[in-house]
Design a protein around this ligand. Structure first.
Ligand code: FAD
Length: 396
């Protein structure tokens, strides 16, 4: 049986960041096992590092800098200097700019396929991390002092702490019966990369329509990454439509802020369900990232919240290691749970509130939210808390 200080299940954005973060903060002194079900270039597409592009907030960038990962990301990033939030065919409009916030960029867009390669390389370079892939967890057994994991090929690993970073449906959480709450938004996110007549040049857009929100994020080569939310029936129609029909519908929803949409790449679909676990710790067990909460992508907060789980847990593990060496003890886990409670609750409720109010065609609601957008624009005391959370500048 192989012995580790920590075993992490799942090496997507959250699990891979946690492995590198603990290695960095504890200066390679802890032995870490990372268990991942899919190889990066498997015929089955990797669920963590697929064709999506995501926005990393300013706060996430600060964390990645502290972990010495930022330099690896830099060649693949497109800065966001301006975010425009609007409601289709209505007056309300809010604008957040890097200039007003006195930062070089509000956030950065990165393609997950590139991030997958960055993490693979970073993990390979850490001699204290063993990477088990492709592998799954078949059985988990906990005693007072340790947790023993049986892998799909019957290998046995023993650790002081097991971390679930295996995504929304987390099989490891299922193994130890941590309940999952689900709210189906009855929407699907259709994603695609598009080229437009006018290059976005750092501008991101969030536009609310009667079908759901549509977001454009600036990418390299003048492209934009689109997250287009809509009811499932419409999404099915879009998946089968010609490029010209997709462009016409998207142009109708998004408008002409970037001129004509000239090209659309392959479409992919993601059902939108809020999934969260109230309980994120158990005996010798912690939960991070999408396994703890999977958000609607409306405000681009999923990983930006997940990395705050990851960094808080990595800091608590480091403190426990420095104090008495047992990195899976009860007080470490309870400090982690307490530190994460408020941020998780606020970010989940802000995101759900946006979905509910902006996906509603009821006239009074439309008037209310347009007044809300105007108020956010003109009243700094309303705007600032929203801007701070969007930028990931929140207490952990
Ligand atoms: C359309 C869309 C747009 C988004 N845009 C943004 C954005 O702009 N900004 C942002 O911050 N977030 C965004 N998100 C959310 C973000 O992508 C996720 O929060 C983040 O990628 C989740 O990472 P994770 O590692 O927690 O989970 P996952 O990506 O689900 O990774 C889980 C990992 O565990 C592995 N795994 C699963 N089961 C097992 C098992 N049994 N054993 C071993 N390994 C297993 C998987 O292969 C995977 O590698 C978006 C999401 C969507 C759907």
């Amino acid at each position: 049986m192989k012995q580790y200080d920590i075993a992490i299940v799942g090496a997507g954005m959250a699990g891979a960041t946690l492995a590198v973060a603990v290695d960095h903060l504890c200066q390679g002194k802890l032995n870490i096992a990372v268990i991942e079900a899919y190889q990066l270039h498997d015929e089955q597409r990797h669920p963590g590092f697929d064709s999506r592009a995501i926005a990393l907030s300013y706060g996430t960038a600060q964390i990645l800098k502290q972990l010495d990962l930022w330099a690896r990301f830099e060649p693949f990033l497109t800065p966001i200097t301006d975010i425009e939030i609007s409601d289709r065919s209505h007056l309300g409009l809010a604008d957040i700019t890097a200039q007003d916030e006195h930062v070089a960029a509000l956030g950065y867009v990165v393609e997950l396929e590139s991030v997958g390669r960055i993490y693979q390389q970073a993990i390979r370079e850490c001699t204290s991390i063993d990477y088990y892939c492709p592998a799954k967890v078949k059985h988990i057994e906990r005693t007072l002092e340790s947790v023993t994991v049986t892998l799909s090929d019957d290998q046995l690993l023993q650790a002081n702490l097991l971390v679930a970073a295996d995504g929304a449906l987390s099989e490891s959480c299922q193994h130890i019966n941590i309940p999952l709450n689900e709210i189906d938004f009855e929407q699907v996110a259709v994603i695609a990369n598009v080229t437009t007549e006018v290059a976005p040049q750092g501008r991101a857009f969030e536009r609310f329509t009667e079908f759901g929100p549509v977001a454009f994020l600036p990418m390299s080569e003048g492209r934009s990454s689109v997250v287009w939310c809509m009811p499932e029936a419409r999404a099915q129609k879009m998946m089968q439509a010609t490029d010209d029909d997709v462009i016409a519908a998207l142009q109708q929803d998004f408008g002409w802020r970037l001129g004509k949409i000239t090209k659309v790449g392959a479409l992919a679909c993601y059902p939108l369900v809020l999934r969260y676990r109230e309980q994120i710790v158990s005996h010798r067990f912690a939960v991070v990232g999408n396994a703890a909460q999977t958000l609607h992508p409306i405000a681009g907060q999923g990983f930006n919240l997940g990395i705050r789980d990851v960094f808080s847990l990595a800091e608590e593990i480091t403190q426990a290691y420095q104090e008495q060496g047992d990195v899976g003890n009860y007080s470490m886990l309870s400090r982690y749970r307490q530190r994460r409670q408020q941020d998780r609750e606020l970010t989940m409720s802000l995101t759900s509130c946006l979905v509910n109010s902006f996906s509603n065609a009821w006239p009074a609601m439309r008037v209310g939210r347009n007044l809300g957008l105007l108020a956010i624009s003109y009243l700094p005391y309303l705007k600032q808390p929203i801007v701070k959370r969007t930028m990931g500048l929140v207490e952990r």
